[in-house]
Design a protein around this ligand. Sequence first.
Ligand code: APR
Length: 246
Amino acid sequence: MQFDKNLIEKLKESKSVVFFTGAGISAESGIPTFRGKDGIWNKLKPEELANFDSFLKNPELIWEWYSHRKKIIHESKPNAGHIAIAEAQNIFTEVTVVTQNIDNLHRRAGSKTVYELHGNIERNYCIKCKTFYSEELDFSKGVPKCKCGGLIRPDVVWFGEYLPEDQFDAAEKAARTCDVFFIVGTSAVVYPAASLVFIAKQNGAYLVEVNIEKTEISEIVDLSFYEPSGKILSELMKDIRTSQTT
Ligand code: APR
């Protein structure tokens, strides 16, 4: 694919680049997205599965759901999109990944600076004493319990819950100070995560959207690619590298 010369020049001049990602970047790894044609939320109710009150009412059901998702995630691998973003660390001075995904695939691909706005499925904590558990949990006696007797839950952000402040603050700073802000594989309908797009725009970042279809924020971006992120991001990094050596 031949990329617009201005984009390549713009990127070559850029020091700080942010990749704001959603479920779409992991779709090519076989992890279903939430919305769109085969989205999870078309079949299952988020208010039943991604909500604290439902967890208290029926922790077995919620754990069954997260164990199922964890199995899919463990059987998947970072794809060309995750790998291209990790590769960008060798091209730009500063690369920040801000993800809504809980699948840990950016880190598995080698990205170093990753802010997780919605948590990480590999971590868990006790709802009573907040002790963290990152090892495999024991389900032999039913839903996992903490040594204090409290229920253990996955360290993911459910609807109606606050985002981890340290992660959001760092993400907001990156959005305010970056030269280029990529928006990859997100429908950009979930807030406050999606507000980062507007923060980047207001602070003069060049906005590039990569999605297989138009989204809520397509009107405000500087450039859009409506193709799978694995293809676009890997070809783009290759093009920049080539232009740096010629
Ligand atoms: N390449 C690029 N984009 C893709 C691809 C792909 N291969 N496949 C799908 N997409 C796009 C879809 O067109 C859609 O716009 O990815 C987007 C996925 O959107 P959602 O399913 O809404 O996921 P996301 O935006 O990450 O959801 C935000 O909602 O359910 C909560 O906590 C959950 O973090 C999640 C949040």
